[in-house]
Design a protein around this ligand. Structure first.
Ligand code: FES
Length: 118
């Protein structure tokens, strides 16, 4: 019997940037939405719109909590699973331009697995 390797599924998007905009009522843990996550999302959408046809196959979406709240606002790009954090909403423009449009890591904003919580 010959064993076949399953075909690796292709992602629907070339890059899908998901930005946490979650808000909580808990002032001790307000979530990314209270730390300008929505503003970061709006900056990313505007940068993508401005890119025109270069943005084909790229998507930016809001998402709920991604579980790294203390480092927020955070975002993740799939299918590669690269995480980013923004210090200010304009940082998401850099992520869009470098990672989504130029296919290179936005290294200064990258969030690594070994990064401690603040
Ligand atoms: S609220 Fe954004 S990661 Fe949890």
């Amino acid at each position: 019997m010959t064993r076949q390797t399953p075909e690796k599924p292709r992602g629907f998007y070339r890059h899908h940037l998901m930005i946490c905009t979650n808000r909580r009522d808990n002032p001790a843990r307000p979530g990314c939405g209270a730390m300008q996550g929505e503003e970061a999302f709006q900056k990313a959408k505007a940068a993508l719109r401005a890119a025109g046809p270069q943005a084909q196959g790229v998507q930016v979406s809001r998402t709920g909590c991604l579980g790294r709240c203390e480092l927020g606002p955070v975002a993740v790009v799939y299918p590669d699973g690269t995480w980013y954090r923004c210090i200010n909403p304009e940082d998401m423009i850099t992520v869009v331009e470098q990672h989504l449009l130029e296919d290179r890591l936005a290294t200064t904003l990258r969030l690594t697995d070994d990064m401690p919580d603040p």
